[in-house]
Design a protein around this ligand. Structure first.
Ligand code: KG4
Ligand code: ZN
Length: 354
């Protein structure tokens, strides 16, 4: 059965056709990077308006590249949460229109579940899919958490620890801005860091307590901000690369150490990386080495399936549709995930989180 996936939660307008085995028939993404770049970050109202402009084009293109028509579809899946309200509404309304007009079943998908299942997408570049249960690190622009995933359903995905403040991708974007690079910062810092020496500006590890699975990235970002306030923005390419390398090393080490710790504590054999930050080359490399050292198998989606896309939404929806689940046309959007959170934002004592 073929599912049309639609994604418009943030700054990508995307549509894809995927079947319930995860085989990707088409995967089309219209990025808004150029639109938001002059502002150094995402402007929500501009994002919504651009989704309106692009969404039918993207859906037509996804069907055409798959060589399919609306009549060939078995259902529609759309990101319903979490994300920017206005942006989410565009995708959800269009998806409902298609479902109503074509009498197709529809499901709203949690964007984070989409990211966590992206590793099951089947395309020529795909890695071997993991076996359940696995521990996943989901690190994106809005979320950073470690999950235990026993099955693809919402109720079978449990947060083990998350960030108390900034998401990892948010830290990459903010640091890029502080040192004078553009938006989005992740790929730019990644490229520069590869040329730099991480030991020239060593940044202390955050939340390094032995048993903690929580993250904190705002202190790492502040370290870079203080350095720039005291010494000015790096003027040579070499100093800029070294600063990026120092920042990236600390973030990557924190993400990898805690993910491996979680996998060992949970007794699972497989680890998965997901979300935009999983496109980071040092993260992929360091995670591969750390997992190999302790006999864990690591599965990482191809880079294009880590960052926002509609194929992961189509697949997460296809599994629900295949189980006979349907949402009625009155379902709404939400800015927060439906996954239960154990980590509270901010400081102070906490119960339940490890
Ligand atoms: O998953 P995603 O595309 O969107 C959200 O759901 O947030 O993640 C976007 C985030 C941005 O913060 C971006 O800077 C970061 O992922 N990112 C990276 C890399 N590519 C994207 N961070 C580090 N290294 C990269 N190569
Ligand atoms: Zn995302």
């Amino acid at each position: 059965m073929l599912t049309l996936g639609i994604e418009s939660s943030c700054d990508e307008t995307a549509a894809a056709v995927v079947d319930d085995t995860g085989l990707v028939h088409s995967d089309v993404i219209r990025s808004q990077v150029a639109l938001h770049a002059p502002y150094g970050g995402i402007v929500p109202e501009l994002a919504s308006r651009d989704h309106v402009k692009g969404i039918t084009l993207v859906i037509r293109e996804a069907l055409s590249r798959a060589g399919k028509r609306f009549d060939d579809l078995g259902g529609v899946a759309v990101t319903a949460r979490p994300g920017l309200s206005g942006a989410l509404l565009v995708g959800v309304q269009v998806a409902k229109g298609i479902a109503w007009a074509r009498d197709l079943p529809i499901v709203g998908v949690d964007h984070l579940v989409g990211h966590l299942l992206a590793v099951f997408l089947r395309s020529p570049a795909a890695a071997e899919a993991p076996a359940y249960p696995f521990v996943a690190l989901l690190a994106s622009g809005g979320h950073t958490a470690i999950y235990r995933v026993d099955a693809p359903n919402l109720g079978d995905i449990h947060e083990l620890g998350a960030t108390r403040d900034d998401a990892a991708g948010e830290a990459f974007d903010k640091v890029a801005k502080i040192v004078g690079l553009g938006y989005p910062g992740g790929p730019l810092v990644d490229r520069l860091a590869a040329k730099g020496r991480a030991d020239r500006f060593p940044i202390p590890a955050p939340m390094a307590r032995r048993d903690s699975l929580e993250f904190s990235f705002s202190g790492v970002k502040s370290f870079v901000a203080r350095h720039v306030a005291e010494h000015g923005k790096p003027t040579s390419e070499e100093a800029l690369a070294d600063l990026c390398a120092g920042f990236q090393r600390t973030v990557v080490d924190s993400l990898v150490t805690k993910t491996v710790r979680a996998a060992r504590a949970e007794g699972v054999r497989s680890v998965v990386l997901a979300g935009g930050v999983a496109a980071n080359r040092e993260l992929r490399q360091t995670a591969a080495e750390a997992c190999a050292q302790v006999g864990l198998s690591l599965s990482v989606p191809p880079m294009a399936s880590c960052t926002d896309n509609a194929a992961m939404i189509a697949y997460a929806g296809a599994l629900r549709l295949a189980r006979g689940e349907r949402d009625d046309l009155s379902f709404g959007t939400a800015t927060r995930t439906a996954l239960l959170r154990v980590t509270r934002k901010g400081g102070g004592p906490r119960a339940g989180a490890r």
